[in-house]
Design a protein around this ligand. Sequence first.
Ligand SMILES: [Zn+2]
Length: 420
Amino acid sequence: MNHKITYCSRCLYNSEHPLNITFNKNQICSGCEIHEEKDTIDWNERFVKLKKIVNGYKQKNKLSYDCIVPISGGQDSFFIVDVVKKRLGLNPLLVSYNTHYNTLSGLRNLALIRTIFDCDMIQKIVQPQKIKRINLCTLKNLGSMYWHVLAGRTVFPVQVAVNLNIPLIIWGVHQGCDQVGMFSHYDEVEMTRKYRKEHDLMGFEAEDLINNFCDITEQDIDEFKYPSNFLISKVGVRGIYLSNYIRWDSKKQHEEMLKKYNYETVKQIRTADSYNNIDCMFYNGIHDYIKLKKCGYSKITDHVNREIRLKKLSREKGIEIVKEYQTQKTDDFEPFFIFNNISEKYFKKIIHKFINKKFWTLNNGKWQLKWEPNKNKKKNIIENARLNSKFDFNFINNKKIKKENNSPYLLHKSWIENEK
Ligand SMILES: [Zn+2]
């Protein structure tokens, strides 16, 4: 079966990428091809275009919000709010979906962001019992413990837009464009319900969880329902992505923002990137463990590929880094099992169903990963795909504690208690 997998000659993605990836005759992936646009686009011109778009939404009344900006205590939130507030001069309403998977660093960063930018923020906290029921359902049927996070994050801003009559939503990076080149930057692709369903939600909207395969009730999924097309067009809701107008370089952006705002970065397991996803207790743990089982690659590959394409890392060094991180042991199983009231045995039995046998083989009762990015690759095909890179893969860890307070109480309550 293994011969069916193709690896990119430039980055390290394989043909099993869940967002769909294609390869040209030189086995360069669609993500790498579209990424080249970043070096040819006139980004100054694009920023002028962005200003023009948003100016149409500026409110005359300073008390009203000009737009909605979805944020978290991680990802590119500081950069996005900085652009929206400081460079575009907008008055945003910040909205945040509480994932229940909070880390203390993530909560502190979220508090910092709304304070330093002097912005109002709305947070959605769905009751934990619903989250647990949805988790059991999506874990069992989709092999995902992250469906509710993606569903909540992508729908809550749209609900607020409709309810408060704020038509413009400003997102950061478009993953389909940045990772796999699903769209060109020139397409200026905007938020759609279709993309959310097909890619963020693995084909299952909230309503699809009912009747299909779970004991989920209408009340459980009510908070995750996308507003009707009628309401969306009545308000004129649109969501734009900054990555179509700004040359997206997450690491560089973080380093600029860290100088300005000094928020927390944290050394994580299974990736060298200490900037992204530090707000989530499980993203680089159990979630990443499942991703590697299902897709044959993990988060460190996403992070390495991003830097290979930005010419900060060679493919060879990238391979070394992926090997070092991708199979590191996770340390967050226990709080996840306690929160969802499941046993390790039950969890492993479920995940077993989703193991991608193109990458994993059973050897003496143990699953072994076959990760062979150079298999069947002639040297010249890699040489021809090569970008001229300068090594720059060091991340700042301003918080020395590796991980703190992984306790289930934080999962239930979503707030900080007795912090010294
Ligand atoms: Zn590639």
